[in-house]
Design a binder for this molecule. Structure first.
Ligand code: NAP
Length: 243
């Protein structure tokens, strides 16, 4: 096959959709995973800018779903790029947080990384080539009141990156984190307008990130111009947190 294969979790909306578009424009064949597929997805295929994308219905927290999806993915060939992007919030102050809210967020944002990444990492290791990008968050770097579950999961994502980067390096598997700041997607549309206004005013660049701001960084990290960055946590946050 002449094209490279990229697997993207949460490919149907927001940041994942923008990454899908960007990578197809860069010539990748994208396999996207999500729980609900858009109606355009006739025969499991839909097009972004005339390039092929396959979407697979898969809840990344469900090991049986992931196993079925991985069998389909293997049929396309060796995966070159994996973007662990699917993520959720379920905010509450810690004294009110339910066990369900805790487990939901940890399951999607952190546990799913194990299910999806391990089999794809093994493929990359054997192939002596691969790039894995884990989407974390500024709130995993600085913590955020009301998000003990989310901040824990996103800090964990970068711990995962740092450890796997050390293991993967000898087989040329590069692993990095991108930590977006507040980004204009359905996730931030859930925040009340007054709180969102306060958030914008606290961002040195005085605006939310657009999804393309994140996708552009992915585009660089997966490109052949970037072969010596691994284990890094790249902030894309408009200056909100400068570590
Ligand atoms: P979004 O617009 O809510 O989209 C989330 C995507 O993940 C959707 O495609 C969703 O599709 C998929 N998804 C959710 N749960 C899933 C599951 N169990 N299995 C498979 N797919 C699942 O979110 P976003 O704002 O683009 O966020 C993308 C990533 O960036 C997340 O990891 C998020 O934590 C991170 N991030 C976002 C912001 C922000 O301000 N937006 C800031 C920092 C970091 P289905 O619902 O159909 O499954």
């Amino acid at each position: 096959m002449e094209y490279k294969i990229a697997v993207i979790t949460g490919a149907t909306k927001g940041i994942g959709k923008a990454i899908t578009k960007e990578l197809t424009m860069n010539g990748y064949f994208v396999v996207g995973l999500a729980r609900t597929l858009p109606e355009r997805n006739h025969d499991n295929l839909f097009l972004f800018d005339e390039k092929k994308v396959v979407l697979i219905k898969c809840d990344v927290t469900n090991e049986a779903d992931v196993s079925v999806a991985l069998n389909q993915i293997k049929g396309y060939g060796v995966v070159d790029v994996l973007i662990n992007n699917a993520g959720v919030t379920s905010d509450n102050f810690f004294h009110k947080m339910t066990s369900e809210q805790w487990h939901k967020v940890i399951n999607v944002n952190l546990n799913a990384l194990f299910y999806i990444t391990q089999p794809i990492y093994k493929m990359m290791r054997e192939n002596k080539r691969g790039k894995i990008i884990n989407i974390s968050s500024v709130n995993g770097q600085k913590g955020q009141a009301g998000q003990v579950n989310y901040s824990s999961s996103k800090s964990g994502v970068h711990g995962f990156t740092m450890a796997l980067a050390q293991e993967g390096a000898r087989n040329n598997v590069l692993v990095n984190t991108i930590s977006p700041g507040y980004t204009n997607t359905e996730m931030t549309q859930k925040i009340s307008p007054d709180i969102l206004c306060t958030i914008k005013n606290s961002i040195p660049l005085t605006r939310l990130a657009e999804v393309e701001d994140i996708a552009n960084v992915v585009s660089f990290l997966v490109s052949d111009r970037c072969n010596y960055i691994t284990g890094a946590n790249i902030p894309v946050n408009g200056g909100l947190f400068i570590g």
